[in-house]
Design a protein around this ligand. Structure first.
Ligand SMILES: [Zn+2]
Length: 215
């Protein structure tokens, strides 16, 4: 049998069609959300590792703004890492997926991308890509964060993780920003630079505090 005959054989065609249908079936949007220290990056890495073991072509990205731990990797607080590209905007994401013919796309810190991320993700999933977005669902003032609400609505699966409240040990759903140990008031906003020692801790709804929050 020649190579050409082999390629066009019914069995090979059937196998190729089977692979395409499997890929179409796995195309969907998954969102992993929650507060800081809830294990979002760990869960994202776990899913990417599983896809890699399953011989899927995996690409991972994060916004260039996020310099935490490593510019070239998704890093979990538990110390696991997965290589990723730091991209300046959402247009770069689609370009990377095409360039690598990726079947699975991981997006870390998705809350920092602009609203255009939702359209980019929708087009990729429609085109057969499995997209997994991880990000903070609420900012440090307890407000919905960037494109995360829209992504959650668009998703086939949403996983909301919790951390442990640093005050009362209940399940934590919020990220408390402290400056010099004190909760940051509403008017100072979630992204501030007041010169004090900034720290975040996970807190439950009851222990989460935003002084001067409008009623
Ligand atoms: Zn609490």
């Amino acid at each position: 049998m020649t190579l050409i005959e082999h390629r066009s054989s019914p069995a090979v065609e059937l196998a190729a069609r089977h692979r395409r249908s499997l890929q179409a079936a796995s195309a969907r949007l998954e969102v992993i959300c929650g507060c800081m220290f809830s294990g979002k990056s760990e869960e994202l890495i776990r899913r990417l590792v599983r896809a890699d073991i399953g011989r899927q072509r995996v690409v991972a990205v994060k916004p260039a703004i996020d310099r935490r731990y490593s510019a070239g990797a998704i890093a979990s607080h538990a110390g696991r890492q997965w290589p990723c590209a730091a991209v300046a905007d959402t247009a770069e994401i689609a370009h990377l997926v095409t360039e690598h013919d990726a079947q699975v796309l991981g997006i870390e810190e998705a809350q920092f991308f602009d609203a255009g991320l939702v359209d980019v993700v929708r087009r990729l999933v429609d085109g057969g890509v499995r997209v997994i977005c991880a990000g903070l669902d609420l900012d440090a003032l307890g407000r919905p964060f960037g494109p995360m609400p829209a992504l959650a609505c668009e998703a086939e699966q949403v996983t909301k993780l919790t951390a442990v409240c640093m005050v009362c040990s209940a399940d934590a759903s919020r990220s408390q920003l402290l400056v010099d140990g004190e909760p940051v008031p509403w008017q100072d906003g979630p992204l501030i630079n007041v010169g004090g020692a900034e720290a975040y801790e996970a807190r439950c709804r009851t222990c989460f505090t935003v002084p001067d929050r409008p009623a």
